[in-house]
Design a protein around this ligand. Structure first.
Ligand code: PMP
Length: 281
């Protein structure tokens, strides 16, 4: 098994992380999760563009160029010999004596490794359950930072309730979920929270927007209330691993007819077609 450390690919077991790494001590860093199917990286450029934005937001300089990083990630994926999987990549502000302010000389530390992950076919077919929770995160969740404690706690709450995801409510409105974006479909129109500091602009969200246009489903970037969420005909969640997943119950109440709806299925088909095209190369 191999992993990337800055610009070098090495055996995963040879990578050691310092106790004084700022990612470990402060969560001072950013990350990405990138999907690959049949060893082909999916929306790599969009993930790298978002990584670049996150890095700039926290004044982090990448230890290698974006082109070099893209090459290394492709090499790493090929070396893994995994068909369907993901890359987890993070960059921290590196190692220094513990003090909150940035160290004088920072050497950011980038690490990445692959993991096999099958497509979540049964969840995609039957849908998942969710709960709603208060969005108590900070006001810059558009930055894909390592600080995920509120997300961790929300997801755990969902799990304990027998659900898969926790939908965040801020000032009465749905923002996103603990690890995914949220969409509601009403009378054939798809609604979702606009891109803002209150959501992470998901790569799968961006892909879904293109697909909605392609299949002729009207898209509205507009936040909706928790009440409106409960009255949607269909609800969808997206992320890099979950893909385009139907939500069939929220807080124990069925969404629409309590099964994946027609628009959701249409969007899932379009997404599956995009994967098929990637696999054909
Ligand atoms: N929102 C949050 C809070 C997330 O953690 C994620 C997944 N990283 C997403 C949205 C979806 O992003 P993407 O489609 O890029 O995986």
């Amino acid at each position: 098994e191999y992993a990337l450390r800055n610009d070098k690919i090495m055996p995963k077991a040879d990578i050691t992380i310092s106790l004084e790494d700022r990612g470990y001590q402060f969560g001072d860093g950013i990350y990405e999760v990138i999907r690959f199917y049949d060893g082909e990286l999916f929306h790599l450029d969009a993930h790298l563009a978002r990584l670049d934005i996150s890095a700039r937001q926290i004044n982090l300089t990448l230890p290698l160029s974006m082109d070099a990083l893209a090459r290394r990630l492709k090499e790493l994926t090929a070396l893994s010999k995994i068909g369907d999987g993901k890359i987890y990549l993070q960059i921290t502000r590196g190692v220094s004596r513990r003090a909150h302010a940035f160290p004088e000389e920072t050497e950011p530390l980038l690490t990445a490794y692959t993991e096999e992950v099958a497509r979540p076919l049964s969840q995609l077919a039957t849908g998942i359950g969710a709960i709603t929770v208060q969005d108590n995160r900070w006001l810059r969740v558009d930055i894909k930072s390592l600080n995920l404690l509120p997300n961790v706690l929300a997801k755990q709450k969902a799990k304990e309730a027998g659900a898969v995801e926790a939908i965040f409510i801020r000032d009465g409105h749905v923002t996103e979920a603990s690890a995914s974006n949220v969409f509601g479909i009403r009378n054939g129109v798809i609604y979702t929270h606009p891109v803002s500091p209150f959501i992470l602009n998901g790569i799968t969200r961006q892909a879904l927007k293109v697909l909605a246009e392609k299949v002729g489903i009207q898209w509205v970037d507009e936040a909706f209330t928790e009440q409106e969420l409960m009255e949607m005909d269909e609800v969808i969640m997206t992320n890099t691993v979950l893909e385009v997943c139907p939500v069939i119950s929220i807080n124990g109440q069925p969404v629409g007819k309590g099964q994946p709806g027609q628009h959701t299925i249409r969007l899932q088909q379009a997404f599956a077609e995009e994967i098929a095209v990637l696999k054909r190369g």
